[in-house]
Write a protein that binds this ligand. Structure first.
Ligand code: MN
Length: 233
């Protein structure tokens, strides 16, 4: 066996965990595509839950950036958007998970931003092409530290979620407005992938997405779970 590599192996992506000495190594980052009716509507899409299923895209683990960072305005976009989201962290492997058992597989939660090159994403969408160039790029998965599920006193399916840009509230909703709740997401996604410890799931953004520019200060929160802040540079 060769033990030397042709270039150094990159360090794993790890997310700090609040009040713990151990950090959480990131495996995959799944994102739910449209999970709030009012956000789907502002994207020009109507959703009928009785006939439609959730869909997903992925980000590479190394797109992670910690809350508090200065986030660089990305390449090749003129319409760089914020999407505040509740994030689930998986702590136990499982496939064909039932919605009622979903919480057993969750390690903890975070608050984050699915940063998006909207002009590129919409062009790809309208051409029927994959969204990767619009969604999966450096520093596009902004996250607070994780909070252990045992440390959370709120019902994560009914918490306020909001984002302020330069102090002005631009996104404000509640996770009770999810089209597919946390149990339904894990049940559906785990039919296609055996979920693994280290997987993260961005659960979708509410309405009010919009552009940010260099110098903007973003502050977001999921009530009772975590807060996030960053500056675009
Ligand atoms: Mn999103």
């Amino acid at each position: 066996m060769f033990t030397k590599t042709v270039f150094p192996v990159k360090d794993a992506t790890v997310v700090p965990v609040t009040n713990q000495n151990e950090s959480f190594p990131v495996n995959r980052i799944f994102c739910v595509g449209r999970n709030y009716m009012a956000h789907a509507a502002e994207m020009g899409i109507s959703i009928d839950k009785s006939t439609q299923k959730p869909f997903y895209f992925l980000k590479n683990a190394d797109t992670y950036v910690q809350s508090g960072s200065k986030v660089k305005y990305p390449l090749q976009t003129q319409n760089y958007h914020h999407e505040i989201e509740l994030i689930l962290a998986i702590g136990k492997a499982g496939k064909n998970i039932k919605a009622e058992q979903a919480f057993e597989y969750i390690y903890g939660y975070a608050c984050g931003l699915d940063m998006t090159r909207r002009d590129i994403q919409l062009k790809l969408r309208d051409e029927g092409k994959p969204w990767d160039l619009g969604k999966n790029f450096p520093q596009s998965a902004v996250m607070s530290d994780l909070v252990l599920k045992q440390d959370i006193k709120v019902d994560v399916n009914q918490v306020h979620i909001e984002l302020r840009v330069n102090g002005k509230t631009v996104q404000s909703s509640n996770t009770k407005n999810f089209i597919w709740n946390i149990g339904e997401i894990l049940e559906d996604l785990s039919m296609y992938y055996e979920l693994q410890p280290g997987d993260l799931i961005f659960t979708g953004t509410p309405e009010g997405v919009g552009p940010v520019v260099i110098g903007d200060i973003l502050q977001g929160s999921v009530e009772g779970i975590a807060e996030i802040n960053l500056e675009i540079v």
